[in-house]
Design a protein around this ligand. Sequence first.
Ligand SMILES: [Zn+2]
Length: 447
Amino acid sequence: MSKKRRQTREIEITIRLRVPEGVSFAELERLIDEAGDRAKREALEGAVGEQEPEQPHECRACGYRGALRGKGRTYLRFHALFGEMRIKQPRYRCPVCGEESYPLEEWVELISPGPVTPGVYRLAVLQGIEEDYEQAARTLAESTRGQVCLTGKEVHGLTQRAGQVYLEQRQREAAALSENPDGYRQVGGRPNSLFCVQADGGHVPTREGQDGMEGKIAKMWWDYYRKKQNERPVITEKGYVATFRGAEKLGELALAMSIAMGVTEETKVQILGDGAAWIRQVLWEIYFPWAVYRLDWRHLRDYVWRAVRVMWTDRERQVEQGRRWVQWLWEGQVDEFLAEVRRTPVRRPEAREARDNLVKYVEDNREGMGCYRLWYEQGEIISSSVVEKAVDEVIVRRQKKQGMVWSRAGADVVAALRSLWLTGMGLWERFWRGQPLLVRQNAWMPI
Ligand SMILES: [Zn+2]
């Protein structure tokens, strides 16, 4: 590889500041801070002013080749990290079609709405996925000491724009990866380690209907660090994917992320869920058919208790039956459990319904059940608490607020960007640098 020497130039930033006698420390801090912002803004203005682009010799509108006519100067306004900027820029006009051209503006590569610099864009998007857009605009103004003053509408527009860019990139890379999974696999892998995939859903209010729409989430991680002694596990390297576009989409994204994290068909994979049909029928059977499916223990236990409370009206009978059945399931005695539940005589229609639903739930999820007690004693994962927390982090905290109403596209963008932000492995950084996402830095690159 040849190293290309880039020409450099020096920009000097000087801060001179007159402070009153007897100034307090807090005031001194504030004065220096403000002076710094001013100096940075002036340096940026000066540097942009020195960047005099050449006179264009081609009109992009009509194809005319020849010098465009200078038409004086206009102001270029935009939001930069150090405040609002107003810079004089040359204007040119095509002698044939009259189209105007602003070469300096093109060099600055501003992003609309705003318009804003790439630095402000990134800040606005990060805030826009944290809080509702109006609040995000206020936080942005406060945290930049009034330097970055955008409207909620502008933060919204910038967030949606970044989301679109991200969704397109994700789609492109997932497609390329499914064409050629070997090109992305980590050399070596971790043959004896378990890879965990947990999935769940969360509803947000929508214009589409009363029940809201469901965002689906998968969180995945290598389990190898978890077995160390009895320490509380800390997941240092994890992948999040989320979508409001259905189970197939989620499966596609989760598989792509898993492959990018080094999973192959030889990897031991555990899919854990609450018993929802899509987790079994789509995520497991279509996208991870070689994985082991496991049903979350707490959902199973709660399902039994809910059924028991409907099947009997007598409190003592409820407790007696509930304890007995939960104990059987904890020990993995599913046959005994099913036989007894099926035989249980019930008269009231709602009791019959509860009984039949319980039988169906256990039958449907049977492959995901076993001796939970043994799994628990061996330190295996029997709980979906990790993904339940993920639903809260990715969807609920940002999207499930009083008075919020989401479009599918708008909700999808925010969930996608939030999962990117929460995913480790430096992916957020890579996205803003315009680098591919489904590779891991240093460890491996596409072949
Ligand atoms: Zn022209």
